[in-house]
Design a protein around this ligand. Structure first.
Ligand code: R5P
Length: 299
């Protein structure tokens, strides 16, 4: 068992590591980090998720109900979320919400939440894979999302959920999004997030969702051989959320998978447009916030 106090994300003692964040990760033959050796179907789905021009994505996460029920902003998916779908690159949701609320004429790629089994009333890490691969194919999923609790009580089970999903997805060409869930006892710092992201990548996930951390986030992205997108987390003031997006992409994130900071914003459509400007065009956060305010005043 390594000593946590002296262990870096790589498991070695000492803090100096050759992360070389200034040296771009080579992506020969395909625009996306770590994806050049994948099959055509995988690459095609990843090209629908990540914009091949910017290399980044804005995913709208609205899968929260599978653990939280009708949380603020998700009480009525038909009224609050469906109008946002045209403005984002990817939809992230459960199959229940997809079938019941999202029109099948919507052609946005879907990152299907496939792990489940616990709620906010219980131990969240006690999940299993709740969707079989045939149903993911039937729903035309562009990716499958699995939550992993590195260091959690059910770490082993969640890592097994991940690897089983990756194997099933590899058989049919659907990429897996590994989601780094952070248990209550864990600290969201570069050491923990770097450890978690790297483990998930080593097990074969095609891209990873994690949290942004103020210090050394570029070490998390540098040491991860596949793309990282950040979750938004709890609602922040809009300008702060835009700053977080900007800092994350400047430090190597390939976009965002954002929920509450979009659908709980005062004007969700304006917010999603501002987030897209930051992620795809690297618009500075102050300018994107001005855009947001202008759109709010016009509404
Ligand atoms: C939580 O249930 C999901 O994994 C969300 O998709 C994730 O936390 C991103 O949403 P938010 O930006 O609200 O944190």
């Amino acid at each position: 068992m390594p000593d946590e106090q002296t262990t870096t994300p790589g498991g070695d003692t000492g803090e100096s590591k050759a992360f070389s964040p200034d040296i771009p990760f080579e992506t020969p033959g395909f625009f996306l980090r770590g994806s050049a050796s994948l099959d055509w179907g995988m690459k095609n789905r990843l090209s629908r998720i990540f914009n091949p021009k910017s290399g980044r994505t804005v995913m709208l996460a609205f899968d929260h109900g599978y653990i939280m029920g009708p949380t603020t902003g998700l009480e009525r998916i038909d009224l609050n979320i469906v109008p946002l779908c045209d403005h984002v690159d990817v939809l992230m949701c459960t199959r229940g919400i997809l079938r019941s609320c999202v029109p099948p004429s919507c052609t946005k790629p879907v990152a299907l939440r496939v792990s489940a089994g616990a709620t906010i009333l219980k131990d969240l890490s006690y999940e299993h894979v709740g969707v079989d691969i045939e149903d993911a194919v039937r729903l035309n999923a562009a990716a499958m999302a699995v939550q992993v609790y590195v260091g959690g009580e059910h770490e082993h089970d969640t890592l097994e959920n991940l690897t089983k999903t990756i194997d099933a997805g590899n058989r049919v060409g659907i990429p897996t999004l590994g989601v780094t869930a952070v248990g209550r006892e864990m600290v969201r710092d570069a050491r923990y997030l770097g450890l978690s992201c790297r483990i998930i990548a080593e097990l074969g996930a095609h891209y990873i969702k994690t949290y942004y951390c103020e210090k050394d986030f570029e070490q998390v992205t540098s040491a991860c051989p596949v793309p990282i997108v950040i979750a938004g987390g709890k609602k922040l003031p809009e300008l702060d959320a835009l700053k977080m997006c900007y800092n994350a992409v400047q430090q190597g994130a390939a976009g965002v998978d954002m929920g509450r900071n979009i659908f709980q914003a005062d004007n969700p459509v304006a917010m999603v447009k501002a987030v897209c400007a930051v992620v795809h065009e690297l618009t500075p956060p102050a300018d994107a916030y001005q855009m947001y305010q202008d759109m709010c005043h016009q509404a």
